[in-house]
Design a protein around this ligand. Structure first.
Ligand SMILES: C[S@@+](CC[C@H](N)C(=O)[O-])C[C@H]1O[C@@H](n2cnc3c(N)ncnc32)[C@H](O)[C@@H]1O
Length: 312
């Protein structure tokens, strides 16, 4: 789909009362809601990234750690994968009540059939359509809450060991990221940490092969506002910007990884850049996704691994 059509559709779904048509549109017209086997493998790989942060780098016990994911999405895929890897206590929250039983059940079925030795257990049969939140808690130790705004409080001090998000922070305005970080500092118990996987690509490029993941860097802030409807908000922050936000929020970076796809330099040179990006070294613009493991600045590092600053 031409990205401009997608943008116009998203502006329509951003109008009051239109959000309830968004899922039927994605499900029946765009047909983008079910995960392909390749996407599911990528989801499992991302869950394993968080799991390694939790168990190997922070040294937490997956069976006892109190985990929270914000931006859990429609099918809780990341939470189901984490359960499959051995995590027992999860709170899955989202700003919007997006959970869809049909998607959750499809994710369950695909995970059950998946041939991957890293999963310690398989989720088994489908969930009941009624009472799904109770069933999630009983079968998988997943407490689901939405709508839930992490930046606004509601949980007890030091009540969590591990807070994570996957492909969510790029949809959060910078000021709200700072509010979320402040809340995370309050919620983390000693020895706990944050694990973030962030997608830095222009999300329009996933539907429109005519544009690259760097396409949105050509627009000035004023022009980008026009192309950035609330239901599909993208903040365009780069890896280094997140690192600065995290440090300003009182966190130290225990691990970081910035992933640059093959051919990225050519792709970025092939397009004009808005002034705010033109002035930056291209190595800061190139990463298309990234990982961070953070701990509150005041606590002692509980890691043996050296902090890896990929971008210098
Ligand atoms: C692209 S989806 C990712 C969902 C899921 N983590 C995944 O990987 O499939 C982003 C999710 O973040 C949620 N979200 C956006 N801003 C948020 C915020 N400030 N707090 C919590 N969730 C948020 C959205 O509602 C959406 O479910």
């Amino acid at each position: 789909m031409d990205w401009r059509i997608k943008c116009a559709a998203h502006w329509l779904f951003s109008l009051p009362g239109m959000d309830r048509l968004y899922y039927p549109f994605k499900r029946h017209l765009a047909r983008t809601v079910f995960r392909s086997p390749a996407e599911l493998r990528a989801d499992l790989a991302m869950a394993r990234g968080h799991f390694r942060h939790l168990r190997d780098h922070l040294g937490l016990d997956p069976a006892r750690a109190r985990c929270l994911e914000f931006g859990a999405g429609r099918d809780l895929i990341n939470n189901l994968c984490l359960w499959g890897l051995g995590v027992e206590r999860q709170l899955a929250v989202d700003l919007y009540p997006l959970l869809r039983p049909e998607l959750l059940n499809q994710a369950l079925q695909s995970l059950s059939l998946m041939e991957d030795d890293c999963l310690a257990r398989r989720p088994g049969g489908p969930m009941p359509l009624a009472g799904i939140t109770e069933a999630l808690r009983e079968r998988f130790g997943i407490a689901y809450q939405a709508p839930f705004d992490l930046g606004r409080g509601g949980l007890a001090d030091a009540s969590l060991d591990f807070i994570l998000s996957t492909n969510t922070l790029e949809h959060v305005p910078p000021a709200e990221i700072s509010a979320i970080l402040a809340e995370c500092r309050r919620l983390l118990a000693p020895g706990g940490g944050l694990s973030f996987r962030i997608d830095y690509g222009d999300h329009y490029s996933y539907a429109d092969p005519a544009i690259s993941g760097y396409h949105f860097l050509r627009y000035s802030p004023g022009a980008w506002r026009f192309f950035n409807p609330p239901v599909h908000y993208q903040n365009r922050l780069r890896h280094r910007d997140y690192a600065a936000l995290f440090r300003a929020g009182g966190f130290k970076i225990l691990r970081q990884e910035a992933q640059v796809p093959e051919g990225a330099s050519r792709a970025i040179l092939a397009q004009p850049l808005a002034a705010q990006f033109l002035n930056r070294p291209s190595r800061e613009l190139l990463p298309m996704s990234g990982w961070f493991l953070l701990a509150p600045e005041a606590t002692q590092p509980c890691l043996n691994v050296a902090s890896r600053a990929v971008l210098g």
